[in-house]
Design a protein around this ligand. Structure first.
Ligand code: SAM
Length: 290
């Protein structure tokens, strides 16, 4: 387990993933009843962009740094940027980058709760330290896939699971996700599951999309940001999220923000976004071609 998110925090994939997360949390708050936020791969919760790790790759320079002075942003991107600002307590230099647990904790209400899983002991320790004062949040230093079996359905019966693995071995991680998702969806058919994935070569992603299309889920939305052609296994060409049991009108909530990301984070004429229903209620699943 070599992956450390500190090397990648605030990169273009984080911007897109966390923008989607803000939209999902917004949707959860449409109802007054409490919800539970579950993360299988939580990381350490907050990242210092001046750390040796972050400076070594400087990935945030082509991610969050490009947006901090941007103008004319759609409301969803503003909302995410407000969370980044809150994480920096007024420091306009944006030294810190909020990971998904920090974003969720910031946007959750006093009655909502969170279950955060992180396998790496040091990262889990940082996460625990970050939220030690927050009784809504529970940190588990354990395998997130294993933990998910025990954590769903949550007692609230409403909730959102974020699955955001390191993808150290691409194909193997997709198969592990499928197995874990199948078990979780059987236990909790109405749960909302959001899965992040990297896009290097399209043919690695298609079997996962095909599996989702046949999974029995009634609504599966896929949002993707492609900075380069998806034809090289050697670099991260794009980033995607699929949302199983996507909330009502999530596609509308995401569209303007997603549409703007290629302009903000990519090179003109090269970057693009996609927003597609892999499964739409009452319709046959969208065919996914090889
Ligand atoms: N979700 C975080 C965010 O957006 O801020 C980033 C998570 S990072 C991509 C993936 C994390 O998963 C790493 O911190 C890694 O240590 C952890 N990890 C790897 N395998 C795991 C497993 N089987 N269960 C739980 N955590 C795991």
């Amino acid at each position: 387990m070599n992956y450390r998110h500190a090397y990648h925090a605030g990169n273009f994939a984080d911007v897109m993933k966390h923008m989607v997360l803000v939209a999902l949390l917004d949707a959860m708050k449409q109802k007054a009843t409490p919800f539970c936020y579950i993360e299988t791969h939580a990381g350490s919760g907050r990242y210092d962009l001046r750390s040796v790790h972050a400076r070594k790759t400087a990935e945030a320079d082509d991610g969050v740094a490009r947006l901090k002075t941007a103008t004319g942003l759609p409301p969803l991107l503003w909302k995410w940027l407000d969370v980044v600002r809150a994480c920096n307590e007024g420091d306009e230099a944006f030294r810190y980058y909020p990971g998904s647990p920090w974003i969720a904790a910031h946007l959750m209400r006093p009655t909502d709760s969170a279950q955060l899983c992180e396998l790496h002991t040091e990262e889990a320790g940082k996460l625990r330290q970050l939220f030690h004062h927050d009784a809504r949040i529970h940190v588990h230093n354990r395998d997130g896939y294993e933990a998910m079996k025990a954590l769903v359905p949550p007692k609230e019966k409403r909730g959102l699971v974020l699955i955001d693995p390191p993808f150290e071995q691409q194909d193997a991680e997709f198969r592990t996700i499928e197995k874990a998702l199948k078990a979780a969806m059987e236990r909790w058919p109405t749960g909302i599951f959001a899965v992040w994935y990297p896009i290097k070569v399209r043919s690695h992603v298609q079997p996962f999309h095909r599996w989702l299309a046949k999974s029995g889920a009634k609504r599966v939305l896929a949002a993707e940001l492609l900075l380069h052609k998806d034809d090289s296994p050697l670099r991260l060409n794009g980033t995607g999220m699929v949302i199983v049991n996507a909330p009502w009108k999530l596609d509308d909530a995401l569209r303007d923000g997603l549409k703007m990301l290629p302009k903000l984070l990519g090179e003109p004429g090269e970057a693009e976004y996609r927003l597609t229903w892999l499964v739409e209620e009452g319709k046959d699943p969208t065919p996914v071609h090889v």
